[in-house]
Design a protein around this ligand. Structure first.
Ligand code: SAM
Length: 294
């Protein structure tokens, strides 16, 4: 191979250089980040990169990739750069107005789908703090036709993204979106429901120093923080849920390992019955299931 040929920016060289660059910038998913960005710039699947290693990309996607590499190295999350994130094997649009869906939240979906099996139809569900809509939309794609979901959020911009995701997955006719504070966002006279699900903000201001810059500098504050201790939203949600749940209905929410004991205490002080705490793949306490007494 001539020197000119060996110095060309082939896909393989781009990936190797970028992986090293991201490593040096402190990313712990350098190779994956490089592959996702390059595949998106080339509008191909990640796996295809491996069959195209010797290819030199055209100028336009190469420029796009280089811009993204700079921004990623400065801490911007890959999902915001490419504009989407996979959750429960579904593709969700994300913007800087929405939290990036996390794999831990898939445990909430599994628990929620399980309790739905015991309800009489039509099932009524509320997703509080829907963000990208990943919980409401995923539930809608997994349930039979006989259900209706209300999704609330305090952010109008997030709700617009959630609506788009519902349309993209063809479940928009099943989900109603409401702007406002927790369950107060719902129209007056809304019927009680079988299930309330929520991944609320749950980081305490007291722990702000432990939050990675790539999260706190880029993801919406309102999606992350809930008062000094991280339980401000959950403290308000539990009594509201008590009023909205049908007998035998469930409240299932996500919280952090560090706040979960307090969350269990809050449920035990309420009229709801504590059912269980589910750990995530890392063995951390993550999902709380509570039930309205029958
Ligand atoms: C942790 S994010 C979760 C987003 C999405 N459900 C998910 O799991 O990726 C929390 C969401 O709650 C919304 N939120 C914060 N405070 C709220 C409130 N008081 N009422 C309704 N939504 C709120 C935020 O705007 C954000 O979209």
């Amino acid at each position: 191979m001539s020197e000119q040929a060996t110095n060309q920016w082939t896909l393989q060289r781009l990936l190797e250089w970028t992986t090293t660059h991201f490593n040096e910038a402190g990313s712990d998913s350098s190779r994956l980040d490089a592959e996702v960005l390059l595949a998106e710039a080339l509008q191909c699947q990640r796996i295809e990169l491996y069959t195209r290693f010797a290819e030199v990309p055209p100028a336009e996607p190469l420029q796009k990739f280089r811009d993204w590499v700079k921004r990623r190295a400065a801490g911007e999350p890959v999902a915001y750069l490419v504009g989407h994130k996979e959750f429960y094997s579904l593709k969700f649009k994300v913007t800087s107005a929405t939290l990036i869906p996390r794999p831990e939240t898939e445990h909430l979906i599994v628990a929620a789908l399980e309790v739905c099996k015991g309800y009489e139809k039509p099932i009524r569900i509320i997703d509080v703090g829907t963000g990208s809509g990943c919980i409401a939309v995923t539930m809608a794609t997994q349930l039979d036709k006989d259900y209706v979901i209300a999704a609330t959020d305090i952010s109008l911009d997030a709700l617009a993204v959630a609506r788009e995701n519902a349309e993209a997955h063809e479940v928009d006719s099943r989900i109603r979106f409401y702007e406002g504070d927790l369950l107060d966002a719902l129209p007056e006279g809304s019927k009680p429901v079988h299930l309330i699900v929520s991944n609320p903000p749950y980081i305490g201001r007291c722990e702000v120093d432990t939050v990675e810059a790539t999260v706190k500098d880029f993801e919406p504050d309102a999606a992350l923080f809930a008062g000094e201790q991280g339980t401000e939203i959950i403290e308000r949600l539990i009594p509201q849920a008590e009023k909205m749940l049908l007998p035998g209905g469930h409240l299932i929410f996500e919280a952090s390992d560090s706040t979960m004991d307090r969350c269990v205490e809050l449920v035990n002080q309420s009229a709801l019955e504590f059912v269980e705490v589910i750990n995530d793949y890392a063995g951390l306490k993550r999902i709380l299931v509570a039930k309205q007494k029958a």
